[in-house]
Design a binder for this molecule. Structure first.
Ligand SMILES: NC(=O)c1ccc[n+]([C@@H]2O[C@H](COP(=O)([O-])OP(=O)(O)OC[C@H]3O[C@@H](n4cnc5c(N)ncnc54)[C@H](OP(=O)(O)O)[C@@H]3O)[C@@H](O)[C@H]2O)c1
Length: 445
């Protein structure tokens, strides 16, 4: 592994020399264990501690199949899906691996008594399987997390529609929180040259998700001038949704839970910000009953900020707690786009407000190949920036996941895998210098 790292750090190793590097038979990886899926039984979600369930261990390297690539991972990042995996909610991810394993002899490799997690990476291609021509050993890459088979016609227009669509490192094994990852070569995209390894690894999953959910024709189809309500506007998804709204000429109305988070939104250029804690919105009177008066108070706050206008698009992901309010505050003909239900997936809203006002609920999930490429291209052009607030070592991955689980983080939390320290991997210093302050906006806040 040291030889691989030395070759990467040298910065001028030829593709031939990379191709000749000896690939180790085992590697270090963050994983959960199948024999521990019941370890948190009886505990409340918030008391389930990823530090107990996420282990960093040496595991055998998987065999490289057709159309696949092994990548030396310099850095990865924490996504909420790793929190779900590590607390075994809403279901254990071993069910996903078992189902995938039943598909073919090749996918059987994924069905193991451990699950190597992580759906982001920045690193260097080590080896490619039969049939891969575009990517060579030594190429610096990031990987998006869409794993598809594309044997069925259903996914041929929009690769997210493939019946075998999976999120790599969540519904498949051999994820990015490791020193080596196994991906399909179609997941690979060029590493943005002006970013460090940990910065380049951090946008991936949430950036692509926010792009489809808000910008794409498959999602909110945001246009200039739209009022966009963004929940968790400085969080993983929201930090990108806010940038997309600003970059696309829309008017973000950012909802956050603290003054620090409000300040980050302001520094991105947002002007309309609601601190949900300071305003003390209580959309639920008790766990079963919502309070429409609070929806109205929320709507009035939005109108106060917008000068009397309502919301064209709601960027939804908190789910049960906020969905009733989200439907209510959307303007006639407007859109609620949803990709998650962090606070509960049994949503309740007053359908009269939806149908009588011809509002639409649009579901969105990750992004197709093309949307992922577009989203990464915007990062590479310096039009959308990483939101990295801090970085942990792979050995501290449990703590990193706990921070996200407890909502104690800002933006994205990075994880160094092979990279020995932060700050390495920048190839285009000129482009970086133009965007340095935007790249560092979320740092240490
Ligand atoms: N379908 C997909 O493809 C996809 C992709 C990415 C993520 N997700 C899901 O989307 C969710 C958010 O992911 P993320 O990476 O953005 O997580 P994150 O970094 O934790 O950010 C979410 C933010 O939402 C806000 N929030 C949380 N609970 C809330 C509540 N009850 N009411 C109002 N606001 C609340 C918090 O911001 P404030 O405290 O500042 O308000 C929090 O920081 C997760 O459930 C994740 O699994 C789905």
């Amino acid at each position: 592994m040291q030889q691989i790292l030395d070759a990467i750090l040298a910065g001028d190793t030829s593709p031939e020399d990379f191709a000749n590097l000896e690939i180790p038979e085992s590697y270090r990886a963050a994983l959960v264990r199948k024999d521990e899926v019941d370890m948190f039984e009886g505990l409340e979600s918030r008391d389930k501690d990823p530090r107990k369930s996420l282990h960093v261990e040496e595991v055998p390297l998987p065999e490289l199949g057709p159309g696949e690539a092994l990548v030396a991972v310099m850095a990865s990042a924490i996504n909420y899906n790793t929190v779900w995996t590590s607390i075994f909610e809403p279901v254990s991810t071993f069910g996903f691996l078992e189902r995938y394993g039943r598909l073919s002899d090749l996918t059987k490799r994924h069905d193991l008594p451990y699950h190597v997690v992580g759906s982001d990476l920045a690193g260097v291609v080590l080896a490619t399987g039969p049939g891969v021509t575009k990517w060579k050993p030594g190429t610096e890459v990031v990987a998006h997390c869409l794993s598809v088979e594309l044997e069925d016609a259903d996914g041929h227009d929009d690769t997210m529609m493939d019946p075998q669509q999976r999120i790599w490192g969540f519904e498949t094994n051999f994820g990015g929180l490791a020193d080596i990852a196994l991906v399909k070569s179609n997941q690979l995209m060029p590493k943005p040259a002006h970013l460090t390894w940990e910065e380049a690894a951090s946008p991936g999953l949430v950036n692509c998700t926010a792009y489809r959910q808000l910008v794409s024709k498959n999602g909110g189809q945001m246009k200039q001038g739209d009022n966009v309500l963004i929940w968790g506007a400085s969080g993983g998804l929201g930090g990108f949704a806010t940038q997309y709204a600003l970059n696309g000429g829309a008017n973000p109305v950012c909802v956050v839970s603290s003054d620090d988070k409000a300040e980050i939104c302001r520094s991105m250029g947002a002007e309309m910000i609601i601190n949900r804690n300071a305003e003390d919105f209580r959309f639920w009177k008790d766990p079963q009953t919502q309070d429409p008066k609070e929806w109205k108070r929320f709507g009035a706050k939005i109108r106060e900020l917008t000068g009397g206008e309502d919301i064209d698009i709601v960027f939804e992901h908190p789910g049960r707690e906020t969905f009733g309010a989200s439907v209510y505050v959307t303007r006639k003909g407007g859109t609620i786009t949803t990709c998650a239900s962090t606070s509960g997936y049994m949503h309740e809203y007053d359908n009269r407000y939806l149908w009588m006002n011809l509002k639409r609920i649009v579901s969105s999930h990750f992004a197709n190949y093309r949307e992922s490429w577009e989203a990464n291209r915007l990062i590479a052009q310096g039009k959308i920036h990483p939101t990295l607030s801090g970085t942990y070592s792979l050995d501290e991955v449990g703590q990193a996941a706990l921070d996200v689980h407890r909502n104690a983080h800002q933006g994205k939390v990075g994880v160094l895998c092979l990279a020995p320290e932060e700050g390495l991997g920048v190839r285009n210093h000129e482009l970086r210098s133009q965007h340095e302050s935007a790249i560092n906006r979320f740092r240490n806040v």
